[in-house]
Design a protein around this ligand. Structure first.
Ligand code: SF4
Length: 343
């Protein structure tokens, strides 16, 4: 399939509308974090005036646009990040075309439908074509959920692989057909793997994706724990597709009030027999304040870790993670979980 005109996206958005309009969506967050040298990108943004105390993801998104010559960006103005409003102003100043998209304040399919219709109209397509794209993406989404099941139910997929494939479903790595083929191979191969030992600690990861994700997942595995629930990454993969795009994006919990995320998290923590929760917060991000609410609502040991502009785990974070895993190992496990092996 021929690639359409590139459009950068600042967050997970109704990608079906963009594809129906003939665009090639590129998640700017993924381009930033998968860059061989993300520090260099932060330097580009800071040299152009972004303050040091601005979230690294925002700076990375900006620098990726500048460096790769992306000329059109869909900016999520409600339901993601308040910084995006100012980022959009800077992108406009630099001559880029910006397309705003606002999720409704509450997950209401009727209002979501209106948002989808106006986005489709702005991009020169219609909702019927976008629903057609939803059908074409069905198999990719089905495979992503199969991979997730292979992670938590069967223990055949690592937390890192789970993170990578689910987080990439925001833009299907810019090529949904290649994504589908690649994921089909991984799933087929994982079905034949031996499972992880069932005495490993079972962790949940909640919050925005970590800047040091590449280091975090293998680190906890070396200490006898694995992530069996990646909260936001799973949401990016649309775990409850419903009967229409409007329903699908109303079931997507991330843009809406925390009560919806918490209901999803609590259900999955029980279902996946999680022993402890890692809550990642990004330095200078308003979402960090949600930690207060999560601590109140989640009845499991929780470790809050903050990342800023270091793309590997600091010694300080390693020590805190080790101490947390030791604590979990000494704690009684939730009902139904395998007994932990003492180390
Ligand atoms: S981590 Fe927070 S501040 Fe940074 S882009 Fe995401 S929502 Fe915005």
């Amino acid at each position: 399939m021929e690639m359409g005109r590139r459009i950068g996206i600042t967050a997970t958005v109704p990608v079906e509308v963009l594809l129906a309009a003939g665009y090639q969506p590129l998640d700017l967050n993924n381009l930033f974090i998968n860059d061989p040298d993300p520090e260099r990108l932060l330097g580009i943004a800071e040299r152009d005036g972004f303050p040091q105390n601005c979230c690294s993801w925002i700076k990375g998104i900006y620098a990726v646009c500048m460096e790769r010559g992306i000329d059109t960006v869909l900016c999520v103005t409600s339901g993601d990040c308040s910084n995006t409003l100012m980022l959009m102003e800077v992108l406009k100043l630099k001559g880029l075309e910006t397309v705003p998209f606002a999720f409704p304040e509450e997950p209401d399919p009727g209002r979501m439908r209106q948002c989808l219709e106006s986005l489709a109209q702005r991009l020169g397509t219609g909702l019927a074509s976008a629903e057609g794209m939803r059908t074409r993406l069905k198999n990719s989404r089905r495979l992503a959920h199969r991979l997730d099941e292979l992670t938590w139910r069967q223990g055949r997929v690592s937390g890192w692989e789970n993170h990578l494939w689910l987080v990439s479903s925001s833009d299907f790595n810019g090529d949904f057909q290649a994504y589908e083929q690649g994921l089909a191979q991984v799933v087929a191969q994982a079905e034949r793997r031996s499972p992880y030992p069932d005495d490993m600690l079972r962790l949940a990861y909640i919050g925005v994706p970590a800047v040091f994700a590449r280091d975090l997942y293998p680190f906890v595995e070396r200490y006898g724990a694995r992530v069996v629930f990646n909260e936001t990454q799973r949401q990016f993969a649309m775990p409850r597709p419903g009967k229409s795009l409007a329903e699908q994006y109303s079931h997507y919990t991330y843009p809406y009030p925390l009560i919806h995320r918490i209901a999803d998290i609590r259900r999955e923590l029980r279902r996946r027999r999680v022993d402890g929760v890692i809550h990642y917060v990004q330095a200078f991000c308003h979402r960090g304040i949600a930690d207060i609410v999560f601590r109140h609502a989640i009845d499991l040991p929780m470790l809050t870790v903050e990342g800023n502009d270091e793309f590997t785990l600091s010694q300080h974070l390693r020590t805190r993670l080790e101490a947390f895993l030791d604590l979990l190992r000494r704690s009684p496990r939730p009902q139904g979980a395998a007994a932990p092996k003492s180390r």
